[in-house]
Design a protein around this ligand. Structure first.
Ligand SMILES: [Fe+2]
Length: 305
């Protein structure tokens, strides 16, 4: 793909630099991830009185896609799972980029969980010319860069079928893991994710047929469907749910109680840890277009206990 390029004078050096038009990149992402036809609402919970003034009116209307627009010309794309203080700080020293995030939220690996991106964080990004694009359901269900698919590929699971509808396409999958003992599989997952720990609920079965769902996965209907499809194990994001959100803990409790009777092995790699592989894999999409890109790590979330 050829990008329109434009020259840009910077007051620091007065040297011409070339960049890509933000709107071209956003349009290409809209098409690839079905954002232009998505019914997903990424305004709810994420846009608040505090940050609404910095959010694009078009995002408020379409409710997904390009959320914050910095300079109209960007020099690179950076990907991240969440927009946290670590990511904002790292971008301070970099030329204007498009930050492609899986969640248009800040995130804490404790009872706070998902939090709206603060206006101060957005302003910090805007002060340095950066923009925010959110690719959520369209990335979760993407046939190449999907979050569960990227996770399964990283762990070496042989994908057999896709299931669990999410905004019109399957977001989870069933695959063959080869028959490792439960503990050995969990350790293999931990190492693959580069995490200090994984959460494990081991019921003794060898790990052969695995349901894979990145991010969450702790819902009773998902567990039931995985069981009905013959799975002995679920590789998921949120086995340990710490969020102090009304209605969430009871649902998580139902999930755990249901598994007391279904007895699937459960391995949880954390919300961040299981969605991180997709944000790394997504770099291939930009490389194929010759767009400079890199994954922006959040070491605190990667190393959280
Ligand atoms: Fe997620």
């Amino acid at each position: 793909m050829n990008w329109r390029r434009r020259s840009k004078n910077t007051w620091e050096s007065e040297v011409d630099q070339s960049g890509m038009f933000l709107e071209d990149l956003a349009r290409r992402l809209d098409t690839e991830f079905g954002v232009d036809v998505s019914k997903e609402n990424l305004v709810e919970w994420a846009v608040t009185e505090d940050n609404a003034a910095a959010v694009r009116p078009a995002f408020l209307e379409h409710r997904t896609g390009l959320m914050v627009a910095g300079e109209e010309s960007v020099t690179a794309v950076r990907t991240a799972v969440f927009v946290t203080d670590r990511i904002v700080k790292k971008l301070r020293s970099l030329d204007p980029c498009l930050l492609v995030t899986h969640h248009n939220f800040d995130y804490y690996e404790d009872e706070r969980g998902f939090q709206p991106i603060r206006s101060a964080q957005i302003q910090d990004l805007l002060d340095h010319g950066h923009s925010i694009y959110v690719a959520h359901a369209g990335l979760d269900t993407h046939p190449v860069y999907g979050t569960s698919l990227a996770l399964a590929t990283l762990v070496g699971i042989d994908v057999k079928e896709h299931f669990y509808d999410y905004f019109g396409a399957p977001t989870a999958l069933v695959g063959d893991a080869g028959g490792l003992e439960g503990e050995a599989f969990a350790e293999h997952v931990r190492k693959s994710l580069q995490r200090p720990k994984v959460s494990v609920d081991n019921h003794g079965a060898r790990v052969r047929v695995v349901a894979v769902v990145a991010g969450g996965g702790d819902s009773p209907d998902f567990l039931e469907e995985a069981y009905d499809r013959g799975c002995d194990t679920i590789l998921m994001g949120t086995l340990e749910n710490r969020w102090a959100i009304p209605d969430m803990q009871p649902d998580h409790g139902l999930f755990l109680r249901l598994n007391d009777s279904l007895r699937l092995n459960l391995v949880g790699g954390s919300h961040f840890g299981t969605e991180r592989p997709a944000m790394i894999r997504l770099l291939d999409f930009f490389r194929d277009m010759s767009v400079p890109c890199e994954y922006c790590e959040d070491e605190e979330l990667l190393n959280a206990d």
